[in-house]
Design a binder for this molecule. Structure first.
Ligand code: MG
Length: 346
């Protein structure tokens, strides 16, 4: 009679049939043996893409639901089952959303004010722009001098409007080539960013390492990297200052803890990528409360505040830029079906 909820991201089209296919590996089993369930599902799919992608994202959702079940069955919050908490509250940074940071623009300034009024102490902006008029070629991702000037101007404008103690991260969305990545990382050095995110795609770890070695700007990557095996090479090659696994994609909460612990041996902090509902956000926060090398957790819903606040029965889970871990058993938030339906994909 115990029901658990989990969530995965970026797998909407493939999730349902994959999760249905996992049922034969779950029905009749003890849901408290989470590692065993994870290994059964993972190893049964190794010839079908279980190393990454939608398969692991679907597995992740099931794994998180099992933690919710375990917490409810044992009467403990999930963080308590992951080693207990090392912090009472989890710092959250605000992604600036669809509002581009245009130097001098009033709506951009309003967004920067809004983020501070909500109590956040860190934010992220995007500087990649496929529609930049300075682009000479619609296909290649070598930025022109004009494009790089625009990127740096966005960073300068935003950095200027936040107080010095406010942290700023900048995302390039894994789009550019290595030469561009190095040039941008060098030019934004004076702004002391919290990080520059994925200046090049994370698939070629040597290219990421090359960018990192060329600059004092901290480099962060890994939102599309899966499980321990995906992060091993990034860490071994010292390709990133900060890793950003997505806990609704990378294999689940225990997998996230394993990745974080591995990173800890390299003195690399973890700043989880997070774009999910309050259920996924809170599940992520349980791990962040339990790992020593946590830096900051993402939040991505500033453009859809009504949806965000009505998604779970508990309402708003972020208070002044922090998530306070609930004492309730399991993940500690329950879906409000009427609210969640507004986000439903037909
Ligand atoms: Mg990103």
């Amino acid at each position: 009679g115990v029901v658990g909820q989990g969530e995965s991201t970026d797998a909407a089209m493939g999730n349902v049939p994959l999760i249905d296919s996992f049922s034969r590996l779950l029905i009749g089993q003890d849901p408290l043996n989470i590692e065993a369930a994870f290994e059964r599902i993972r190893t049964s799919g190794v010839f079908a893409g279980a190393q990454s992608g939608q398969y692991v994202a679907a597995l992740t959702a099931v794994e998180i639901a099992l933690w919710d079940i375990a917490g409810k069955a044992l009467g403990l919050p999930v963080y308590q089952l992951l080693g207990g908490r090392v912090r009472q509250r989890v710092r959250v940074y605000c992604d600036s959303g669809a509002q581009e940071m245009i130097p001098g623009d009033e709506r951009s300034k309003a967004r920067i004010r809004q983020i501070q009024e909500m109590g956040f102490t860190a934010a992220k902006i995007d500087i990649d722009d496929a529609t930049d008029p300075a682009r000479f070629d619609r296909v290649n991702w070598t930025a022109s001098n004009g494009e790089i000037d625009h990127m740096v101007a966005k960073v300068a404008f935003t950095r200027e409007l936040y107080p010095k103690t406010f942290d700023l991260a900048v995302d390039m969305h894994a789009r550019y080539d290595a030469g561009t990545g190095k040039r941008v990382a060098k030019e934004v050095e004076p702004f002391k960013l919290m990080w520059l995110e994925e200046p090049v795609p994370a698939e070629n770890i040597d290219a990421m390492r090359e960018v990192r070695a060329s600059t004092s700007t901290p480099i962060c990557c890994g939102e599309n990297v899966y499980m321990r095996w995906g992060f091993r090479e990034i860490l071994e090659k010292r390709a990133a200052d900060i890793i950003m696994p997505d806990f609704q994609k990378c294999g689940g909460l225990l997998e996230a803890r394993k990745i974080a612990d591995m990173a800890h041996t390299y003195y690399v902090p973890v700043a989880p990528h997070a774009v999910t509902s309050p259920i996924g956000m809170m599940a992520t926060a349980h791990v962040c409360a339990a790992i020593p090398n946590f830096l900051v957790q993402e939040w991505h819903w500033i453009d859809s505040l009504d949806l965000w606040r009505n998604w779970v029965k508990e309402g708003e889970i972020i208070q002044k830029g922090y998530i306070v871990l609930p004492e309730r058993p399991g993940i500690g938030v329950e879906m409000n079906e009427d609210g969640a339906r507004k986000a439903q994909v037909p």
